[in-house]
Design a protein around this ligand. Structure first.
Ligand code: CAA
Length: 259
């Protein structure tokens, strides 16, 4: 299949590399990218030969710099909520529940929806230059693709609160200490490291791996996910949201009014 925003390449008969290819926008996720990722990932899931997928961003700067701010900045609250729900259905919850393991090879910025995508993957490794964060509150919105749920499950509530409320990025070494990524390697070795991890997985039973993923996921309920989408939409009502997203586009610091 031909994609406008993805490069799909089989590295061996069992291993597929999907590269998000929108480097000028730092691989930001708009609706088209999300829909193409769904198609590419579901094709891998349904292909009996494919046993592991590696997900990367193109270029040397970003894995994914988030949801596309310019696409959603004029959305209504209803459209905001729908964006969150549809994104989860097509991509973020979809990835998490795949029986084919997905390794996020984080080759630069993984921010907002980009970190949320990495958090949905089954495994994460990062290059030394990677930077991770959920900066949404600096835009007057909240993480809307499962970040408020998954980040706390991965690194604990205290650290998740700190990352989400300060909107600060952490570097790869801190992400390793937090347990957010399992390996940190120089950028030029990142793909090789992901392939090595994939090879260890591919020695094992694909059926058992799928069942193990399902069993591990079963203990993490997502009771807060619907609430997150509702509150993500609610944020779109606020003056802060208009100010935060406009300030991003105008390359200035936002001036928020207060509660
Ligand atoms: N959406 C849309 N465009 C984006 C983008 C995003 N998330 N991130 C970067 N871009 C665009 C920039 O607007 C810029 O485009 P132009 O050249 O046309 O102006 C281009 O990518 C390059 O970016 P910068 O010039 O800003 O690069 P930089 O090196 O100065 O900064 C950065 C890099 C720190 C990652 C900065 O781009 C940045 O802060 N990006 C936004 C990060 C962010 O806030 N992500 C969260 C998005 S909200 C979200 O994800 C919601 C959700 O949970 C559903």
């Amino acid at each position: 299949m031909k994609y406008n925003n993805l490069i799909v390449k089989d590295l061996s008969i069992h291993l597929r590399l999907i590269t998000i290819n929108r480097p000028k926008q730092l691989n930001a996720l708009n609706k088209e990218v999300i829909s193409e990722l769904h198609d590419a990932l579901s094709a891998a899931e349904e292909d009996n030969n494919i046993r592991v997928v590696i997900l990367m961003g193109s270029g040397e700067k970003a894995f994914v710099a988030g949801a596309d701010i310019k696409e959603f900045m004029h959305f209504t609250p209803e459209q905001g909520r729908a964006l969150s729900e549809e994104g989860k259905r097509l991509l973020f919850d979809y990835v998490e529940n795949m029986h084919t393991p997905v390794i996020a090879a984080i080759n630069g910025y993984a921010l907002g929806g980009g970190l949320e995508l990495a958090l949905s993957a089954h495994l994460r490794i990062a290059s030394e230059n990677a930077k991770m964060g959920l900066p949404e509150v600096s835009l007057g919105v909240i993480p809307g693709y499962g970040g408020t749920q998954r980040l706390a499950q991965h690194i604990g509530k205290s650290r998740a609160m700190e990352m989400i409320l300060t909107a600060k990025m952490i570097d790869a070494s801190k992400a390793f200490i937090y347990g957010l990524v399992s390996e940190v390697v120089p950028l030029e070795k990142l793909l090789d490291q992901a392939v090595e991890m994939a090879e260890s997985i591919m020695k094992n039973s694909p059926v058992a791996i799928g069942l193990a993923i399902e069993a591990i996921n079963a203990s993490y309920n997502r009771s807060g996910s619907a609430k997150e989408s509702e509150l993500f939409g609610k944020a779109f009502e606020s003056e802060d949201f208009k100010e935060g997203t406009t300030a991003f586009v105008e390359r200035r610091k936002p001036v928020f009014k207060g509660k």
